[in-house]
Design a protein around this ligand. Sequence first.
Ligand code: SME
Length: 160
Amino acid sequence: MPVTTRIEEVRNQVEALAQAAPTAKDLMEGVCKLLHERMLKYNWVGFYMLEPGAQPPALVLGAFMGAMTPHTRIPLNQGICGAAASSGKMIVVDDVSKDTRYLACSLETKSEIVVPVFVAKQVTGELDIDSHFSAAFGAEDQELVQYCAEVVGKKLEKSQ
Ligand code: SME
């Protein structure tokens, strides 16, 4: 299947999931499962959420699909995950070996994307995806991952 068709199909499935999922937790679990199963280069897919009230602030691992990671709690001044959450900006790393911020989760990881999740314009967490392939996250992937982060943010907002 051409990658564009697959991305469109997965986007539609995410939209359907967002409507059907009873809670934000269900939606996050569903998004991880869907992206991990359907997007062949997405080898680890997970959400990190800001720990409520933590000082200094930190991200904690939430729903994920893929191998267990040693990084279950990441302070905001560490890793690509910390950088994305503290800047509120998407970060795409085509070659993790060249990024000094990178915290290794698996020796096989070559590229990574992290997209913040916003609730009422505040960063509340992020969607992190690792790939065993270099530069796996092109423009269409970035749009898909951004869309997933947005629907999760909206669902979290509704459940507040
Ligand atoms: N690579 C991330 C850490 C999380 S693992 O990829 C699951 C980082 O540099 O923040």
